[in-house]
Design a protein around this ligand. Structure first.
Ligand code: HEM
Length: 511
């Protein structure tokens, strides 16, 4: 008995400590949001959340209201679901709500990159210089010439190209927009390394095609990779793909290219100057590829699909594009020069802008997350206050609360190309809920410190691609009555959504 008691007591202590770590004893304290730990210790609601984030959060909102805390995989996430109070999340100081800490774990797991202290600052500096203002002009021009290489290299050859070509719309759009974006950021094959400029362009086409093929494999593994739930076989595949990207995007390979963007170049150089190992910079190059190319391609698919499914939208956008070409004094004719879509022309497309914004409203669904660094008070717009604990996470999923809120956007599941247009043709920015103006009426780019730095370039990419399709191609759905494919629920929270299945279309050059 003398020995047994200490053993029993230590087992009991270990059990209690274990249960404590599993979060079994956590109770809602006065002033805190409703707490829902779920039935399974530590894991909580993680499976339901992963299965369908949208449905889960909707269910929780119905049960608990617009602020609640749920347990998921050992973390306590407080979801803020009142759009009028989003400012409390977006504007909170970095001392209390931190994006970096959260991102550091993720980028290590999914790209193998070990972040350094001022990573985020370097990204902000380079993005402000090169993805806005004059820098954006340079990027947009590069995008145009790469799109032309990929889409129009056959334009003046006779015969075959003017016959209909059938393809999956998703794969077609993703392929072109990914490759053109990649070439614009990571540079072109130098013409002096091959016989001629034409040969260099051909090589750009072939190399970017091979890269896209591998990217798609990685892209499909991504949601489960991010959640850390790949099978050993999938994990091995993801590792070998990462190796491929680290090599293909290596500093040495990129330095041998022409026209490497300043955005990528500066970020590479800044890390070299800080003494980062080259193998680690290669990993960062892969991170940038993912961040810059994972969303625009899928969004371009939805844009073309919605236009094809809505003839009135297609007509309005096409009229605007034709007018723009005419006003610029250019003309599309067989054998003639390619249309030069200037940056200035891109600022005169309110109808296309609205169609792009509407596409993103319906199909971009990021989950915004911050680590809570200090105990804090969440102040709601209507005066309610909630205590939030240090060590927890604060999160928003604006898709439910704004993108498809019928009060803010009537008939929220319908594509209305002119939703973001005022009757006088200017951009509409006034949206209301319960009679009050909503500041964050769509959030496809996230918000605050982690807001997408590529949003202006991405918007231009989408518009340039749509423009070239409309000007140079006839295109139509193979079966115009085929339904718009379902969204792939596994990707809620990861930015632009992808369809569950592709949809056949056909296209042909008009000139
Ligand atoms: C339709 C296209 C795009 C969408 C919908 C999109 C959306 C987003 C969202 C929602 C975030 C924030 C994620 C978070 O808060 O956790 C983000 C971050 C980011 N995006 Fe985009 N993006 C797009 C295109 C691009 C492009 C073209 C680039 C670069 C040229 C880019 C570069 C980045 C980078 C570097 C970040 C990380 C920002 C940070 O860590 O602060 N994105 N994007």
């Amino acid at each position: 008995m003398g020995l047994l008691l200490p053993i029993i007591l230590s087992c009991l202590a270990a059990l209690i400590a274990g249960l404590y770590v599993l979060g079994v004893f956590r109770q809602r304290r006065p002033g805190e949001p409703p707490l829902d730990k779920g039935l399974v210790p530590w894991l909580g609601h993680v499976f339901e959340f992963r299965r369908n984030t949208f449905k889960f959060l909707q269910r929780m909102k119905q049960k608990h209201g617009d602020v609640f805390t749920v347990q998921m995989g050992g973390f306590y996430f407080t979801f803020l679901q009142d759009p009028m109070s989003f400012g409390a999340f977006v504007k909170e100081t970095r001392e209390k709500l931190d994006f970096v800490k959260f991102a550091v774990h993720l980028v290590r797991r999914v790209f193998g990159y070990v972040a350094i202290e001022n990573d985020h600052h370097l990204l902000e500096v380079s993005s402000n210089k090169h993805l806005k203002g004059d820098g954006l002009g340079v990027m947009t021009q590069a995008m145009m010439s790469n799109l032309q290489n990929l889409m129009l290299h056959n334009i003046n050859s006779d015969g075959e190209q003017k016959t209909w070509i059938e393809d999956g719309l998703f794969m077609y759009c993703y392929n072109i927009v990914f490759r053109a974006g990649y070439l614009s950021l990571y540079g072109n094959v130098p013409s002096k390394s091959v016989e001629s400029e034409e040969k260099a362009k051909e090589k750009d086409r072939a190399e970017s095609e091979a890269l896209f093929y591998e990217f798609r494999k990685y892209d499909q593994l991504f949601p489960n990779l991010a959640y850390g739930i790949l099978s050993p076989k999938q994990r091995a595949e993801a590792n070998s793909l990462m190796n491929y990207f680290w090599k293909t995007l290596s500093v040495q390979k990129i330095k041998a290219k022409d026209n490497i963007s300043r955005w990528v170049g500066d970020m590479q150089q800044a890390r070299e100057e800080l003494g980062m190992e080259e193998s680690m910079i290669n990993k960062y190059m892969f991170l940038l590829l993912w961040a810059s190319q994972g969303n625009t391609g899928p969004s371009s698919f939805w844009l073309l699909l919605f236009l094809m499914k809505h003839p009135e939208a297609m007509k309005a956008v096409k009229e605007e594009v034709d007018r723009l070409v005419k006003e610029s004094g250019q003309e599309v004719k067989p054998g003639g020069p390619l249309i030069d879509l200037t940056r200035e022309m891109l600022t005169k497309t309110p109808v296309l802008d609205s169609a792009v914004e509407e596409t993103l409203r319906l199909t971009a669904a990021p989950l915004l997350t911050r680590a809570v660094l200090k105990d804090m008070t969440l102040k709601m717009a209507d005066g309610r206050e909630y205590l939030i604990r240090e060590g927890d996470r604060l999160a928003m999923f604006p898709y439910i609360d704004v993108h498809v809120d019928p009060e803010i956007h009537p008939e929220p599941h319908s594509f209305k190309y002119d939703r973001f247009l005022n009757p006088n043709g200017t951009r509409k920015t006034d949206f209301y809920k319960a009679g009050k103006k909503v500041k964050y009426y769509t959030m496809p780019w996230g918000a605050g410190v982690s807001m997408c730095p590529g949003r202006f370039f991405a918007t231009n990419e989408l518009k340039q691609f749509a423009f070239l399709m409309l000007v140079y191609f006839d295109f139509e759905l193979k079966n115009p009555d085929e339904k718009i494919p379902e969204i792939d629920f596994k990707r809620w929270g990861f930015g632009s959504m992808q369809p569950l299945n592709d949809i056949k279309f056909r296209y042909r050059l008009r000139y």
